[in-house]
Design a binder for this molecule. Sequence first.
Ligand code: B12
Length: 217
Amino acid sequence: MKNEEILTRIKNSIVEGESEKTIDAVNEALKKGVDYKDILNGAIIKGAIKVGELYEQEEYFLADMLMAGDALNAAMNILKDSFIEISEGASKGSILIGTVEGDIHDIGKSLIVSLLNGQAFDVIDLGSDVPPEIFVEKAKEFKPDVIGLSGLLTMSISKMHETILLLRKEEIPSKIIIGGGVVSKNSCAMIGADDCAKDGWVGIKKINKIISDTKRG
Ligand code: B12
C-alpha cells in the first residue's frame, strides 16, 4: 500500500470517529516507515479540519465531533512516543503551557507539549480550561522562560487577553506565545502577546528562537 493510501485511511478513520481503525492505521504507517510529520500533517490535521468543516455545515453534531476527538487523541497518543524518542541533552529552557479558561480543546496543546519534551525543554502542562489566576500562580512558582496559551474558540482570544493582562499586572517577566486555530497576527498584536503560531511546527521554532534570544540577553 502506498503512503498516500495509508494516510487517507488514517484521515478517514478520524473523520468517521473510528478509534480502533485509526490506531491500526497509524501503527501500520509507522511500521512502514512513514515519517511521523507526514502522519501528523498529511492525515491527522487534515482529518481534524474535515471534521470541523462537517460540523460547520451541520452534517456533524457534537457527538460526531466527540467521537472524532477520541480518534484524534488515539492517533496522537501513538505519535507522542515518536516525539519523545528524539529527546536528548540538557534542558534548553522552560515553558508553562495551558488552554485558556472556558476552552477544553487540548489535543493540539498536548501535541506541542510532546514536541517540546522531545526537544529537551522542561514543560509544565496546566491542562485545559485554565483560569488566568492559575497561570499567574504557576508562573510565580516555576518562573518559566515562556508561557504558551492555547485556544480554539473565538471567545478564547478575549480570555487570552485577560490572562496576558493579569500576567503583566503581576509583573511576570516570561515571554508569552499564543497558539491554536483562532489566533492571527492581528489578534496577537491586539492582545499584547509576544508572538503567535497557528501551526505547531512554526510554534516550536518560535519558542526555540524566543528562548535562545532570551538566553543571549
Ligand atoms: C476535536 C474537536 C472538539 C473536541 C475536543 C476534544 C479535546 N480533548 O480537545 C470536543 C468534541 C470536546 C469539542 C468541543 C467543542 N467544540 Co470543537 N473542535 C474539534 C475539532 C474538530 C478538532 C480540534 C483538534 O483537536 N485539532 C487537531 C489539533 C492537532 O490541532 P489544533 O488544536 O489546531 O492545534 C494545532 C495548532 O493550532 C497549534 N497549537 C495549538 N495550541 C497551541 C499552543 C501554542 C502555544 C502554540 C505555539 C501552538 C498551538 O499546534 C497544533 C499543531 O499544529 C475542531 C475543528 C478544527 N478545525 O480545529 C473543532 C472546533 C475547534 N470546535 C468548535 C466548537 C464550536 C466546539 C464547541 C463549542 C461545540 C459545542 N456546541 O459544544 C465545544 C467547545 C467546548 C469548550 N468549552 O471548549 C469550533 C470552534 C469555532 C470557533 N471559532 O469558536 C471548531 C473550529 C469546529 C468548527 N469548525 O465549527 N471540539
